[in-house]
Design a protein around this ligand. Structure first.
Ligand code: M6R
Length: 588
């Protein structure tokens, strides 16, 4: 997590505004604090503020800070509380540094540096990087050699950029297991993602790979590989799609992104036509993912096993490699991720690569993200930039690709998939019913979501959405599992949100609902015209259109996203930037 940006501008230029523009695009990576530092007239000026970027902007507007070379940071706190003192850039003498990642051996390094007389002023792991750089500069090293020695010493993950009072036209940057790109335009830029550098008028980009670093002096960039040999990474044009379009007419990115689902699904169907032959000879499918992407993968398990008849394992990426799993022959691995940067998913993929000869596919939303550069083949969800921290349109787009894979040998279902966008539109038209429902839920301390079969992962996803943005504790359960324990939670106040479309499991779910109704009054059912007729009359129901049973997961999640959104609105939380979260999770 954390977003970093760096700009080496032209002589006389003031890059402060551009640093802030870059940080605006990176705020999704963390918003515990923000800061920037610039070099001017032989000095480094630092400005930092706790909380959202707006606080830094307010400070900057009242300041005279300027410089033609500078770095910026938006923080998701790992080591040290989210205070102004722990905000980046972190200084040591003539050096200022911004860092995304974790220095795992910082305690030992801190101890050694303290013995050498370095005084630590923050609780961050990053401060060791600043002092290590400063020590080397004080010994007469160049910024590039100072960086090299730091890269040799620190363990863990880093994307970092540093500026120097005594080398006022130089910036150095390096990465290891945290993303970093170098942008070329009217200035030379460094950023955690392309969106940030595209917003600073860069037209081309070069990716740094693990262990690589760059030294920027004026408008000259030198690149070095992990052995510090000079390299020339490929420069690629930045496509206009990387620039996010803002909130438009909507109050929040999340609402806009929920509303964009019909077009996101339509684009995803049009540009992805998985060929059933990709499963020839595959005896097992192994999916790794986290969070919402994990729930999409859980749905895929139901589909893959039913329609491809291939056993499918779905693994929580952060757990997977630590149990040293054995991977048999003929496995197709799939990593599912919106950002393509989630470190847990990347590491799980690396484990699969090292421990098997499996082909590895990725489903990603962000083009050229780390995952897409290491996968054998990539299917892109065409959801467009997703800014709201709570994932919505990327989830339904992931489900759409996974469904296209699962149905690739079933022409009837593939053809029917094309109707999804218009059914989505019908469901979105019901938003006002969901808004009313939110009023019944918003005072609850806790909520339960129930679903069976492929709707069970949707119950989990519905609960996650509510937790993330309204801070109401919520749990999703397989409806049939309730009686084995969780039913003890039900009383008259507990909202029990049930997903009960018509189909094979309708009667079973209906019985589970009866059991819940016998114990609580706050039961709500999402169902269809068949359910309206056959489920108890006295219960609150939201009636969705009749659809092919297999498509229910893609469609039933939409009202749950809306429900979480409207509940959060009533509770006055920060919908797009909920507390403690970040959009891209690049730490373990
Ligand atoms: O970018 P990814 O899909 O790999 O991210 C995985 C999770 O961090 C993500 O889905 C997270 O759970 C979202 N906040 C859910 O809304």
């Amino acid at each position: 997590m954390c977003g970093i940006v760096g700009i080496v501008g032209r002589p006389g230029e003031n890059v402060v505004g551009k640093i802030i523009s870059g940080l605006e695009k990176l705020e999704y990576r963390g918003y515990d604090s923000a800061g920037l530092a610039v070099v001017h007239d032989g000095y480094i000026d630092v400005l930092r503020a706790v909380g959202k970027l707006q606080n830094l902007k307010t400070k900057q507007e009242g300041s005279k800070i300027y410089g033609n070379i500078g770095i910026g940071h938006t923080r998701w706190a790992t080591h040290g509380k989210p205070t102004e003192n722990n905000a980046h850039p972190i200084r040591s003498g003539s050096v200022a540094v911004v860092h995304n990642g974790i220095v795992e051996n910082y305690k030992g390094l801190r101890f050694d540096l303290q013995k050498d007389g370095y005084v630590f002023e923050t609780d961050t792991d990053t401060e060791v990087i600043a002092h290590l750089l400063q020590r080397k500069i004080a010994q007469g090293c160049s910024p590039r050699d100072a960086l090299r020695s730091v890269q040799e010493i620190i363990e863990g993950s880093y994307a970092l950029a540093a500026i120097f009072m005594t080398f006022p036209d130089t910036m150095v940057a390096a990465r290891y297991r945290s993303p970093l790109v170098i942008g070329f335009g009217e200035d030379i830029c460094v950023g955690s993602d392309i969106g940030a550098i595209a917003s600073i008028a860069c037209s081309e980009v070069a990716y740094l790979e693990d262990g690589e670093c760059a030294e920027i002096i004026g408008n000259e960039v030198s690149f070095f590989d992990a052995s510090f040999q000079p390299i020339s990474p490929k420069r690629q044009k930045i496509s206009p799609g990387f620039v996010s379009t803002g909130k438009g007419e909507y109050a929040h990115h999340m609402l806009k992104e929920i509303m964009e689902q019909p077009s996101a699904i339509r684009r995803t169907i049009l540009s992805n036509k998985p060929d059933g032959r990709m499963f020839d000879g595959v005896s097992r499918i192994l999916i790794v993912a986290c969070g919402t992407s994990y729930y999409a993968s859980m749905v895929a398990k139901y589909w893959f096993e039913k329609f491809l008849k291939i056993p499918t394992d779905v693994e929580i990426a952060s757990e997977y490699r630590y149990r040293s799993p054995f991977i048999e022959e003929n496995v197709l691995a799939i990593a599912v991720t919106q950002s393509g940067e989630t470190i847990d998913t990347l590491e799980a993929m690396e484990y699969i690569r090292k421990n098997s000869n499996s082909r590895v596919a990725a489903i990603a939303n962000v083009r050229n993200s780390a995952i897409s550069r290491i996968a054998d083949f990539v299917f892109y969800t065409e959801a467009g930039p997703e800014v709201g921290v709570a994932s919505t349109k990327a989830f339904t787009a992931q489900l759409t690709i996974l469904a296209s894979m699962a149905f690739s040998r079933h022409e009837f279902l593939i053809n029917k998939l094309r109707n999804l966008p218009s059914i989505c539109e019908e469901i979105l038209d019901l938003q006002y019913l969901v808004k009313d429902l939110a009023e019944k839920i918003c005072f609850a301390d806790s909520a339960i979501y129930l679903g069976r079969g492929s709707l069970y992962p949707i119950a989990l996803e519905g609960a996650l959405k509510l937790k993330e943005i309204s801070y109401i504790h919520a749990e999703g359960f397989a409806a049939g599992e309730m009686k084995h324990g969780p039913i003890a939670l039900i009383d008259d106040d507990m909202p029990v949100i049930c997903l009960c479309p018509s189909g094979e499991l309708f009667d079973k779910t209906a019985s589970n609902i009866q059991v819940a109704l016998a114990r609580g009054k706050n039961v709500v059912i999402f169902t269809d015209p068949y359910g309206r007729k056959h489920l108890p009359q006295e219960v609150t129901k939201i009636i969705l259109p009749e659809i092919i049973e297999e498509f229910a997961p893609i469609l039933y999640v939409i009202p749950l996203q809306l429900l979480a959104y409207y509940v959060a609105l009533l509770r006055g939380t920060d919908v797009d930037k909920p507390r403690n979260l970040a959009k891209s999770v690049t730490v373990e």
